[in-house]
Design a protein around this ligand. Sequence first.
Ligand SMILES: NC(=O)c1ccc[n+]([C@@H]2O[C@H](COP(=O)([O-])OP(=O)(O)OC[C@H]3O[C@@H](n4cnc5c(N)ncnc54)[C@H](O)[C@@H]3O)[C@@H](O)[C@H]2O)c1
Length: 292
Amino acid sequence: MNDFNKKVAVITGGASGVGRSIAFTLGRLGAKVVIADVDKNALEQTCDALNAENIEAIAQYCDVSSAQSCEDLSQKALSTYGALHLVFANAGVSAAEAGNMWEYSERDWQWTFNVNVWGVVNTINAFMPKLLEQNIEAHFAITGSRNGSLLIFPNIPIYTASKAAIHSITENLYHQIAAMDTPVKVHCLIPGPHVVETGLLNSERVRPAELKIENPRAQTAAKSIDEMKRNAVAKGVDLQTTHPDEVAAMVVKAIKEDQFWILETTPDTEERIINRAQDIIDQRPPRSLIVK
Ligand SMILES: NC(=O)c1ccc[n+]([C@@H]2O[C@H](COP(=O)([O-])OP(=O)(O)OC[C@H]3O[C@@H](n4cnc5c(N)ncnc54)[C@H](O)[C@@H]3O)[C@@H](O)[C@H]2O)c1
């Protein structure tokens, strides 16, 4: 797809971070944008800001962990704009994991899997039949993570497990769609190449009351990128970050070039991927992800 003008883009988690940047970037290229999110205030503010730039946009409350909410979103987008060209299953959360996994609350697992895994399944189920029925060029992108999709970082196991799960869903979806005679394309979006400056570390702001953790944790995780940077400096580490607009630019480029991977790697990441593959082949236990 070379021309985004008048194309219809639906973005879950569109009120913040990566999703918000995708909305602005595609909107500035002439797309009509449907942003969907559970954060009603951020949704309204983002939609107002899009409209203030003369971007045609609507906001729809959507909780991706609900199949009905995703179905409502797909119907709203279709009834408003008449077609669907770009769908981003992007909403995701991180449950401020810190410490040993057996000390986490069961609710951490439930919430993360409800949003990160069921959210993707629900979005596929709500949108894919409509995209196939249209029989026009359309792109469906699932937001994974370096952590889980490509590598298994040891410190946030729930998030990593959820992203590993949706990565296998993404590759399966790719194969199933590629085997069909359809102009629909599937993409795997891995934001980066560094930690992206978004609200992800403060996902607790949209955590449902019934899934809040009962007891405070023994250890706490950074709640913002700034805090993460300060922690890194204290350890003598130079933490590099990526702006979400850079991720949105990657999205446009990859869709134009019809690339499955929406991904930018660093030499460190490449070395870690090769090491991991070699350790599996050599049947060695996983080595530390710290690259010297
Ligand atoms: N920030 C990073 O470094 C990074 C790296 C790799 C992958 N990702 C992934 O990128 C995606 C976007 O996250 P982000 O980093 O922009 O964070 P973000 O917190 O800025 O944006 C995520 C959005 O998802 C929304 N959301 C949360 N639960 C939802 C639900 N149940 N239904 C609908 N919307 C919901 C939030 O309200 C928020 O607006 C996520 O899937 C995340 O896992 C982020």
